[in-house]
Design a protein around this ligand. Structure first.
Ligand SMILES: [Fe+2]
Length: 231
């Protein structure tokens, strides 16, 4: 398959401040041409079912800023397979709670005024002549168990503090599973809930498939939490 970039958990507009520069450099440096996003493109903090944190944006401003960032990413990567994710689906979940019929809701491309992206809950794609891979927002937190328990390779996001590839092999199969980390700004007030629930820090980075082989590429951060520019 062509070399792939797997972006995850950008949580616009609360993404890491170096997200766009990092994605541009990594995709160029590793010649990644098939672009995927494993979910939570947007945070939808004000639309969530949880308490709204102090210091976050108004609903209108949050949507406006998210839309701007999605349009910027759409210009960088005009074709993308996008997993919706639990945060991404928030407006549809709220509409469902309110009993609003699905057929009067806008598509994601219309909502963000973009073209060319395909939004789904999951995708399967061919990696090589032997195996398919499932791209989804969340499976189990244990990457090795995911490799062991499913009949295909798999890629997930969602678990912001988990980042890596695990392989499972027996006499019949050799399978891998990848958990991609995230691209959030963990200082943003929208993530205060996470800092109380766990001491684990998010791992900032992306996934890739290069020559049919799964990799994770960490954003190397300096002591101020900014990218050091190495791809
Ligand atoms: Fe997320």
């Amino acid at each position: 398959m062509e070399n792939a970039l797997i972006i995850s958990d950008t949580h616009f507009p609360y993404e890491h401040p170096d997200t766009f520069d990092f994605l541009e450099d990594v995709s160029y440096a590793y010649r990644l041409t098939k672009i995927m996003h494993s979910g939570d493109m947007v945070d939808n903090h004000t639309g969530s079912y949880h308490e709204i944190e102090y210091g976050t944006l108004s609903p209108k401003e949050e949507h406006y800023q998210s839309k701007e960032k999605i349009q910027r990413l759409n210009k960088m990567f005009p074709k993308m397979d996008v997993i919706i994710g639990n945060h991404g689906a928030m407006s549809r979940r709220k509409a469902k709670t309110a009993g609003i019929p699905e057929d009067i809701l806008k598509s994601y491309n219309d909502m963000y005024e973009i073209k060319g992206w395909d939004w789904k809950d999951k995708f399967y794609f061919e990696v090589d002549e032997y195996a398919k891979c499932l791209l989804v927002h969340s499976m189990g937190a244990n990457t090795l168990s995911n490799a062991r328990n499913h009949s295909h390779h798999s890629i997930q996001g969602h678990h912001h503090g988990r980042f890596g590839v695990e392989f499972f092999g027996d006499t019949e199969v050799l399978r891998w599973s990848m958990t991609v980390g995230c691209l959030i700004d963990h200082q943003a007030p929208a993530f205060n809930y996470g800092s109380k629930a766990t001491l684990n820090r998010p791992i900032i980075g992306v996934g890739a498939i290069i020559d049919d082989d799964p990799r994770v590429i960490r954003m190397q951060l300096d002591k101020h939490g900014r990218w050091n520019g190495k791809a």
